[in-house]
Design a protein around this ligand. Structure first.
Ligand SMILES: CC(=O)N[C@H]1[C@H]([C@H](O)[C@H](O)CO)O[C@](O)(C(=O)O)C[C@@H]1O
Length: 226
């Protein structure tokens, strides 16, 4: 069994939807949707929130106590230009987990990540077949090239949507890898990559105000009705 570390980075200066992590999505701060799921899962040996923001820290301590640990990320890893790898590497240099530990990044902007998706990802991790794992969603759209050529069919043989397999797109929900990969490679995905295909109805990645409205719709009409 791997030693599993869940890591959720947030920052106060988020653009697109301002203050989104503390904003209430159907009555619950956005950040708490993924943290609730991680805590309820009991799949993780450690759950970390990496933040530069007092308010997210306060909400997290108040709701989860010791169950979610706080990592105060540096200002340099929390600018508009910072890549997520900066805060991940900063955290790992500080925390010094074992090379064989399994590091799981969850984006709070995908609040409807399910226990089933996480279980599948950790089972794949435990199988020892993968160096890293990413969540993807299947889209049944027909892509076109910039030079006006259809990429997914020929004019002579266009499939019906029901018969079309579609293609996979990163959902943004989670990314995971052994600590060895995270430390030695430029990106969290590397080596033999496994894919967890997640439900396209739930796999939102909140970036723009329009995404927030869609998330509210999904929360009200799907999640809270389950
Ligand atoms: C792990 C990772 O790569 N995260 C990146 C995500 C995903 O690429 C996106 O959520 C996929 O949908 O995009 C950003 O938030 C963005 O471009 O603003 C930057 C962030 O570093």
């Amino acid at each position: 069994m791997n030693y599993n570390i869940a890591f959720v980075p947030v920052r106060k200066g988020s653009k697109g939807v301002s203050g989104k992590n503390t904003r209430l999505l159907c009555g619950k701060p956005l950040l708490c949707w993924i943290l609730d799921t991680l805590v309820q899962s009991s799949f993780f040996d450690e759950i970390w929130l990496a933040t530069d923001c007092d308010e997210t820290e306060k909400i997290t301590i108040g709701r989860y106590g010791e169950e979610v640990k706080i990592y105060r990320r540096s200002d340099t890893s929390a600018t508009d230009k910072s890549s997520v790898m900066e805060v991940i590497k900063e955290f790992i240099f500080w925390r010094e987990p074992a090379d064989s530990d399994w590091f799981c990044l969850f984006q709070s902007t995908s609040p409807f990540t399910t226990l089933g998706d996480i279980k599948k990802m950790l089972e794949m991790a435990n199988s020892g077949r993968y160096d890293s794992i990413v969540s993807c969603v299947r889209l049944k759209k027909f892509r076109w090239s910039e030079t006006a050529t259809p990429l997914d069919y020929s004019f002579a043989n266009k499939p019906r949507r029901q018969d079309y397999k579609g293609f996979l797109v990163e959902s943004g929900s989670f990314y995971s890898a052994s600590v060895r990969i995270v430390l030695s490679e430029p990106y969290i995905l590397s080596g033999e990559v496994g894919i967890v295909e997640v439900d396209s109805e739930l796999a939102i990645d909140i970036d723009e105000p329009r995404d927030w409205m869609e998330a509210e719709y999904i929360a009200a009409n799907t999640i809270l009705k389950l």
